[in-house]
Design a protein around this ligand. Structure first.
Ligand SMILES: Cc1ncc(COP(=O)(O)O)c(C=O)c1O
Length: 426
């Protein structure tokens, strides 16, 4: 009998390109049909055929409290009852802006937008407007949304498809973007020697999560800070993924580096379409209506999304939240690594806060080139075997995974017992 899931995918392909509304959902990298979901609760979600899965994707990061957290749902319901959108300021926007500024010392002013892509696009325009320069530096394998300037050898979906830059991006636009290797300090020094006075901004994921998880080397972020300061370039941390995911102070708190601008998304929207960017007051004040850099949005600061974000940020501020989340995530990666080792499989893993990376390789990769050398076929086999047993990892060897505060002992035990079963007969 054809599954409901399969029927939905067949029909969707007729009406939606590739049957999905975002490419990495399509399972192109791992093969097979994408799964259609109906309902989520805590660490679990249920597909169109009623099968349940432990969710280690969490909608690609936002669901740090798991699915349908009662406080978030309640906040959304109350906000919705009071009106879905006003296109005018609300007190809740002030509240969340204040909170973000309190939690991130580098952020003096913040503007709310509706997606991480918008945040990435806006910080680039703002940095260019502030400096009067055009060139930007990004790192191979880092993804900052699908803005033209940033979709240059980007990671995430583009990486998965082995299609480093998108068709439709004018060569002239891409020509302003310098793409360097992540964690390569010599490379960044050379680039600044060559183009220093022309560089408007360096944009970086302070922990890369779009080419699987790649941790920054000790001096890498610090060197970026120094070079940007020396050359009058804007240092942008794209914390859309790491923001309130690796700790309450985000990655900039963890590594004690103060960027000039920060892009946020995912967790701050609590599962609703909300993102933000913020930073130094003198830079932020270049934005319209105060300054000449234009940026706007009909649904920016949407009251329902802000309510979800505030309810989420309230939970993560509970003392011990990140210690518990970090420990649980570490237990997961340690557990799978030990099982793989026992069975002689080339596998390693690491976690930072509530995000993790699994690698079918002897050593933990530190760059895009190294991550590309991991055994993709082995990952795909592992992915499908786990999926069959009701454990949902990201459908690509080049994506980080996420744990929520609802992943408890039961979920950990089940995941490890499934990993044992799979690796035993590997
Ligand atoms: C680091 C980073 N920046 C930007 C984005 C784009 O965000 P969105 O998908 O909300 O447009 C993503 C999405 O995965 C991301 O991980």
């Amino acid at each position: 009998m054809t599954s409901r899931n399969h029927q939905l995918f067949e029909q969707s392909q007729h009406y939606i390109p590739g049957g999905v509304n975002s490419p990495v959902r399509a399972f192109k990298s791992v093969g097979g049909d994408p799964i259609f979901f109906q309902r989520g609760e805590g660490a679990y979600f249920w597909d169109a055929d009623g099968k349940s899965y432990i969710d280690y994707v969490g909608s690609w990061g936002p669901l740090i409290l798991g699915h349908a957290h009662p406080d978030v749902v309640k906040a959304v319901q109350i906000a919705a009852q009071n009106g879905l959108t006003f296109g005018a300021p609300t007190e809740a926007e002030l509240e969340i802006a204040k909170l973000i500024c309190q939690l991130l010392p580098s952020v003096e002013q913040v503007r709310l937008v509706s997606s991480g892509t918008e945040a990435g696009m806006s910080v680039i325009r703002l940095a260019r407007g502030f400096t009067g320069r055009s060139k930007i530096i990004k790192f191979e394998g880092c993804y900052h949304g699908h803005d033209d300037s940033l979709l240059v050898k980007a990671g995430s979906g583009a990486l998965t498809f082995g299609n480093p830059s998108s068709a439709g991006v004018p060569a002239e636009t891409a020509g302003h973007t310098i793409v360097l290797d992540y964690n390569d300090i010599t490379g960044i020094e050379e680039a600044f020697n060559k183009w220093g006075q022309e560089v408007a901004a360096v944009i970086v994921e302070p922990v890369a999560g779009n080419m699987n998880l790649i941790a920054p080397k000790v001096d890498f972020l610090a060197r970026l800070r120094t070079l940007c300061t020396q050359h009058g370039s804007v240092l942008i941390f794209d914390e859309v993924m790491t923001g309130f995911r690796v700790g309450l102070g985000c990655a900039q708190g963890l590594y004690q580096i103060k960027p000039d601008l920060t892009a946020l998304g995912k967790v701050i929207g609590g599962g609703m379409p909300m993102a933000a960017f913020g930073g130094r007051r003198d830079i932020m004040q270049c934005l319209a209506p105060l300054g000449p850099v234009y940026q706007a949005g009909t649904l920016s600061g949407n009251p329902v999304a802000v309510a979800a974000g505030l309810a989420t940020l309230k939970q993560v501020q509970i003392p011990g939240f990140y210690e518990k989340l970090g420990n649980r995530t570490q237990q997961l990666v340690d557990g799978i690594t030990a099982i793989a080792k026992k069975h002689g499989i080339d596998f390693c893993a690491q976690s930072i806060g509530g995000m993790f990376g699994l690698y079918f390789s002897k050593d933990i990769p530190t760059s895009f080139a190294e991550v590309m050398r991991c055994d993709k076929a082995a990952f795909n086999r592992f992915f499908h075997a786990m999926l069959e047993e009701g454990v949902y990892f990201a459908p690509s060897a080049f994506e980080a995974g996420f744990v929520s505060s609802m992943h408890g002992d039961n979920e950990l035990d089940k995941t490890l017992s499934v990993a044992e079963k799979i690796f035993k007969s590997w």
